[in-house]
Design a protein around this ligand. Structure first.
Ligand code: KG4
Ligand code: ZN
Length: 358
């Protein structure tokens, strides 16, 4: 079964063609980071407009790259949640229109779930059951969460961020250091030349929820380390203070080290507590090699990582997951709305009389 997958939930326009859940025929990603860089974050209206301009030509390009025509596609999938309302609408409406016009079923995919699923795509084994139950971890610009995954489509939320998402913390610290958006990869690069013990930052510990995450206080610690207690300087925008290169590297390394230690400590505990056979980690921050090296060494069970191109937002994870979801729960109804904010739900069998396959 060949699936066309469309992803437009935030600032990447992405289209892919994937066969039977894992065989990637095409995976095209157009990043908008240049467009949003000067604003230090994503501007929703600009993101939607860029998606509208790029999506149809990119679908053509993906079909060409995958050596196929629309008639060879068996299922059209798009992210319907969560994300920016306008951005999601572009992808979802395009997917529905394409499917309807070419008489194919359509399926809406949850973006967080696709990140969770992504490490499976390049894993060498073919027997998913050997890796289950697993701890599913999403560390991205919009989410930090851990689920107990009994099987694909069956999730129980066990931990999440109480404030900033982990990638958001990377991006905000990057702004303080005068680095471009998105900041994660730049922090990682600077950190390679810094001393991770130069500053003693602490990931806030929330007494009532010891296994949840919180990064907003850590971000403030970095802000104070840069500006001292100079509240005037901070309230005048703080912004990027010109810092000596080595100090920037030390700040980046110390911040990153604190995040990594926090993740390692909490994920180790949760993996043991839930008797997980493996830990699946997805989302943009999982591209961080220093983090990968550390968690591979410290976690008590094997970790599945997505390839680099499957870590960040992409259409392949949408098309890949769509194949499995379609087998289990069928097509989505044509009336499926975009849902900018949503929790991760388990799969329910669709009411066959209302799906797009009838
Ligand atoms: O999954 P993603 O592409 O989009 C969301 O669903 O949010 O994640 C983007 C996030 C950004 O915050 C970016 O700074 C972060 O992933 N990121 C990284 C790295 N590469 C991307 N964070 C740390 N280290 C990296 N190498
Ligand atoms: Zn994402």
């Amino acid at each position: 079964m060949k699936v066309l997958g469309i992803e437009t939930s935030c600032d990447e326009t992405a289209v892919a063609i994937v066969e039977n859940g894992r065989l990637i025929h095409a995976n095209i990603i157009a990043s908008q980071s240049d467009l949003h860089a000067i604003y230090g974050g994503v501007v929703p209206e600009l993101a939607s407009r860029r998606h509208s301009e790029l999506l149809l030509p990119m679908i053509d390009q993906a079909l060409k790259a995958g050596n196929c025509e629309l008639s060879d596609i068996d299922l059209v999938a798009a992210t319907y949640a969560p994300g920016l309302m306008g951005a999601l609408l572009v992808g979802l409406q395009t997917a529905k229109s394409l499917a309807m016009a070419s008489n194919k079923p359509f399926i809406g995919i949850n973006h967080i779930e696709a990140h969770l699923f992504s490490p499976w795509m390049n894993h060498p084994t073919n027997v998913m059951e050997d890796l289950l139950p697993a701890l599913g971890v999403v560390i991205s610009g919009g989410h930090t969460l851990v689920v107990y995954m009994k099987a694909l489509g069956h999730y129980e939320l066990i931990s999440h961020s109480l404030d900033d998402a982990i990638g958001e913390a990377f991006d905000k610290v990057a702004v303080m250091l005068g680095l471009p958006y998105p900041g994660g990869p730049h922090i990682e690069k600077l950190a390679l030349e810094g001393n991770p013990k130069a500053y003693t930052f602490k990931a806030p510990h929330v007494k009532k929820f010891p296994w949840h995450f919180s990064y907003s206080g850590l971000k403030t610690q970095v802000l104070y380390a840069i500006h001292g207690q100079n509240l005037e300087e901070i309230s005048s925008g703080g912004g990027a203070k010109v810092l000596p290169f080595q100090q920037k590297c030390d700040l980046a390394a110390s911040f990153q080290e604190t995040v990594i230690q926090d993740l390692s400590h909490k994920l180790s505990h949760l993996a043991l507590e839930h008797s997980a056979c493996s830990v699946w980690v997805g989302g943009g921050v999982s591209a961080n090699q220093t983090l990968r090296n550390h968690l591979d060494k410290t976690l008590p069970v094997p970790i599945l990582w997505p390839s680099r191109e499957l870590s960040v937002d992409n259409g392949a994870m949408i098309a890949g997951l769509a194949f499995y979801q379609y087998q289990h729960a069928g097509a989505s109804p044509w009336t499926l709305p975009v849902t900018p904010r949503t929790a991760l739900g388990s799969w329910k069998l669709a009411d066959a009389t209302h799906t797009s396959s009838t």
